[in-house]
Design a protein around this ligand. Sequence first.
Ligand code: NAD
Length: 300
Amino acid sequence: MKHTKISIIGAGAVGSTIAYALLLKNIAAEICLVDINEMRCRGEILDLSDALSFCGPSLIHSETTKDAGKSDIIIIAAGKRQEPGEDRIALLKANKKIIKSILEELQPINKGTILIMVTNPVDILTLYAQELLNHPRSQIFGSGTFLDTQRLRGLLSAKLNIAEQSIHAYILGEHGDTQFPAWSSARVAGVPLKDFSLSDQELNQMANETRKKAYEIIECKGATFYGIATCVAALCRTIIFDQKRATPVSCYQEKYDVCLSIPVILGENGIEQQLHLPLDDQEKQNLEHSVQAIKEYISS
Ligand code: NAD
């Protein structure tokens, strides 16, 4: 099997937990961490290396941002995180500057490399990375609403008492306040969700809970990292093992000239197909709302 190398830029709460999730699941032969805070990075690597004897024979070490350009997958999780009560857009100015310096230092990146943006606001920074790098858009995407979708499926699973794996429902649009569930296409083992006796009030409550969950976690403990790290590790597994799984990620929408989340087929080449779900009139409006919000943030 090919030796796979994953580099994580930003060894803070999110980056180091991604490394931990990758180690536990034996996803890559080599994991590299990069952080401008060298002491923090060293500490995380020493700590993570203690977990190695319980996992597969992965190699974990630090490197420079330049070296990260030669990896199979680059994950960017560097930058400012939300403070309690702050929305993701508030991070744009500070994080755009950080991402610019990282992307400039990364180049040239290998032809086959896949770049996953995690830093928020993830949709805008994914588009920014696509514009700055001379690299196929299908190989640059953001974690987007993958985490939000998992949150929604968890709530549906609890409500219906049916395993999440049998529930196909997606959160689309911005990884932010204008995200929305595509209820009209949601299915449980092929049965339309509308055939289950869930009231509009229950559906709205689940959508709101999904939208607000990150705020609540940040209010309680200052940061979110386990959920996003597990999602990013799952994205890496899908790519490395060429699983062709349908996964919602933030990707370029030519029609709107922005990045936002829809389900895609992911494999070793990155995004291999975009899946455009049929939307009802309300969902079409919600999508337009998300697009307009993202465009306004970009132009402001
Ligand atoms: P953190 O403060 O714990 O870590 C950020 C790290 O980035 C720090 O260690 C810092 O030294 C490093 N850094 C800053 N500039 C850098 C540079 N130029 N090169 C290398 N490293 C650099 O923050 P966190 O909680 O790990 O969050 C990181 C980012 O992930 C934030 O933007 C946060 O909003 C985002 N996030 C995204 C999601 C999602 O669903 N997409 C979920 C959670 C967090």
